[in-house]
Design a protein around this ligand. Structure first.
Ligand SMILES: [Zn+2]
Length: 156
């Protein structure tokens, strides 16, 4: 598997064991090129989801891709890989529960941002700034002002 940090083509499996709930196999990997360590999970996929991009292109939903972008957003943040995996599973369950096999990339982005916003503000801003592809500082300021909880917002 390709290294998510330096894109080196191959990484070594250091450890492999089932997760606590036995729903997946957890593998610790290390990149021989940059030394980065990361975790992958192997699991059953029950339903095929299709992502419809903004330009109308369609591609199969890729859980690993979602995992990679969340791992990158959460790089060097105090969040365990296993917690990230649970977050990804939660997102996939939400996508599946929409009842549609076609899902827009925008829907996914919004659910990811919602999830990250609850877990880690830094990761949220990292992800959101990439996702929303901010061109102007003005847009970013406007966006940040929307981050502040409004009246009646509840902690969850
Ligand atoms: Zn690497």
């Amino acid at each position: 598997m390709r290294c998510p940090f330096c894109s080196h083509e191959d990484t070594a499996v250091k450890d492999s064991r089932p997760t606590e709930d036995n729903a997946a196999i957890r593998r610790r990997r290390q990149c021989p090129n940059c030394g980065a360590r990361f975790t992958t999970f192997e699991r059953v996929q029950l339903r095929e989801l299709t992502v419809v991009k903004n330009n109308g292109q369609r591609e199969p939903f890729d859980r690993d891709k979602l995992m990679r972008s969340m791992t990158l957003a959460l790089q060097k943040r105090p969040v365990e890989p296993e917690r990230i995996d649970q977050m990804v599973s939660g997102i996939v369950r939400r996508l599946e529960s929409l009842g549609e096999t076609d899902i827009s990339s925008r829907q996914i982005g919004e659910i990811v941002m919602e999830t990250l916003a609850r877990i880690d503000t830094v990761a949220y801003v990292r992800f959101a700034s990439v996702y929303m592809n901010f061109q102007a500082v003005g847009d970013f300021d406007k966006f940040m002002s929307q981050l502040r909880p409004g009246p009646g917002a509840t902690e969850s």
